[in-house]
Design a protein around this ligand. Structure first.
Ligand code: TXE
Length: 500
């Protein structure tokens, strides 16, 4: 599609996408079709095939054949890097198109999406370097007669199941890293936001990725996703989504072939603010941490834990910031928060807001839907006087809802921060280096931010402690996770015989 033909207006008719197997887009044919309505405009925007378990079998078979004949894993790291770099160019060239369809399917603001898709270019470029630098280890200290070599090999056929909150970004935090070592992939995007995954298939083929190495099956989690988790010929599965579905994936992997799993699950992430912080910066950061993507991030800073001496003043500063966030049409360049992506998520968030009110928390800001004429929008919301036992303080709301809990001492702040089943991310705001380091050492979280929040990039690995998941994505670890290690002993010279 010509980039210049994309206008920031609703499409005249929904666009038909196929799924993607063996280097080619496959049209829906006689399969059922899922029509996705824009959550911001209530009009149909895309149509995608509901793949079946048989379609998944075909995609896995294509990935297996591609892996077995080494058409990709047998290439040099340099050759794989060349394809990943061309794919980065391909994403750059189609950035506007990806951002447009994703804005329509997800309700995210277009300006935010341009940044996200631009970030995906960097993921491919960084992973290209890792394809060339991936290496093992050697042991030259085993005596005159022995040499030891440790090599890394791709795992094989990797399944990737992704959610609707960052459809293209989460895919790109995995795909180039998984490809870097030579694996083949079958991806299953969320049924609500599948278009960008299919576009990525086209981009990879145009970049020279051999056919069968990257495949996309579209469809429903309970059928095609579950079938992927149960599949005996999927060697590893990367799942990003709810903790509930994560449990089902673990059970399915155990009941089938013990496939290796990477899991990025929920979060209930603390924002710890000390009285000595730059409170202006911290207020902006806390508002950003919960407002960005409408709070629909696994790493959203949903729990403000603030030193009691400044708690009231600081909550008001955050409220003043959050009241100024521009909520509205995702296709408007100035919008900062768009629509809530799914109907179910909208219901969940509103349910938690009601629960917060009935649990006795103080509603400081928002707490209601916003009428934009169409679509589903929720006002940025703050609850004060939130105690640790309240559901709004414990459960992942996944919406623009911030809870405020005061603390008296550093130890208490750390205790509150760790009082959760999750451990995905945390932020601390202070100008005191000792406090910052003590908090980063003692709070259990896979990602940490000091005097900032939600920063990221291709270099640093991501993943969770506790029930937030297993394994790491991105960074050098994001490649290593999708390899298996082989230890080889090599005898030098004549064997010392066991049997005389
Ligand atoms: O997630 P699901 P949902 C959290 C957030 C949200 C809640 C529910 O709290 O409110 O999860 O969201 C596929 N076997 N997060 O219901 O169902 C599904 O098709 C295999 C946190 O949308 O976990 C989709 O592709 N796959 C999160 C993906 O799993 C299955 C991001 C995620 O959907 C499946 C999103 C099954 N049985 C929601 N059932 C994060 N960590 O960022 C569904 N799927």
């Amino acid at each position: 599609m010509d980039q210049s033909s994309i206008k920031l207006q609703l499409p005249e008719a929904p666009r038909d996408f196929g799924f993607f197997v063996n280097g080619k887009t496959v049209p829906a044919g006689d399969r059922e079709v899922f029509e996705r309505h824009s959550p911001a405009h209530d009009v149909p925007v895309t149509r995608l095939p509901q793949c079946t378990a048989a379609d998944l079998d075909d995609a896995v078979a294509a990935a297996r054949t591609a892996f077995a004949d080494r058409r990709w894993s047998g290439l040099s790291g340099a050759d794989r890097a060349a394809v990943l770099l061309k794919a980065a160019d391909g994403i750059r060239a189609r950035l506007e198109e990806i951002a447009y369809w994703e804005a329509l399917e997800s309700g995210k603001p277009i300006a935010q999406l341009r940044g996200e898709v631009g970030g995906c270019v960097g993921m491919f470029e960084y992973a290209a370097g890792l394809a060339r630098s991936l290496h093992g280890d050697s042991f030259n200290n085993l005596g005159e007669g022995m040499f030891g070599v440790v090599t890394r090999e791709p795992v094989g056929v990797v399944g990737i199941i992704t959610p609707w909150n960052f459809p293209f970004l989460i895919l790109c935090e995995r795909v180039p890293y998984v490809l870097a070592s030579g694996n083949s992939i079958v991806a299953k995007p969320s049924e609500f936001t599948s278009a960008s995954a299919v576009i990525l298939g086209e981009i990879l083929t145009e970049a020279g990725l051999p056919e069968g190495v990257f495949n996309v099956v579209t469809g429903i989690g309970a059928t095609v996703g579950q079938a992927m988790a149960e599949h005996h010929d999927v060697d590893m599965l990367s799942f990003t989504g709810s903790t509930r579905t994560g449990r089902a994936i673990v059970a399915a992997a155990g009941a089938s072939n013990f496939k290796k799993l990477g899991l990025e699950l929920g979060g209930k992430n603390p924002q710890i603010v000390f009285a000595d912080a730059d409170l202006e910066d911290a207020a902006d950061g806390v508002a950003f941490g919960i407002g960005f993507n409408g709070g629909q991030c696994c790493v959203s800073g949903a729990r403000l834990i603030v030193e009691a001496s400044v708690a009231e003043k600081f909550a008001q500063m955050v409220a003043d910031k959050m009241a100024k966030i521009t909520v509205g049409d995702p296709l408007d360049e100035t919008t900062q928060i768009g629509a809530i992506t799914t109907d179910a998520q909208n219901t969940t968030i509103l349910g938690y807001i009601e629960q917060g009110k009935s649990e006795g928390a103080e509603l400081v800001l928002g707490g209601d839907v916003m009428d934009m004429g169409a679509g589903q929008f929720i006002a940025p919301t703050i609850f004060g006087n939130v105690t640790r036992d309240m559901a709004i303080a414990r459960e992942e709301i996944f919406g623009p809802v911030l809870t405020v809990t005061p603390f008296q001492t550093l130890d208490e702040a750390i205790e509150i921060a760790n009082d959760t089943d999750y451990g995905l991310a945390a932020s601390v705001w202070t100008k005191n280096i000792d406090k910052a380091l003590t908090v980063t050492r003692r709070v259990q979280a896979g990602r940490f931010w000091v005097n900032t929040t939600l920063a990221g990039g291709p270099e640093l690995p991501i993943g969770g402690f506790k029930q937030s998941g297993w394994g790491r994505e991105a960074g050098a670890m994001g490649v290593e996770e999708y390899t298996q290690v082989k230890s080889t002993h090599i005898e030098i010279g004549k064997r010392n015989h066991w049997i005389g």
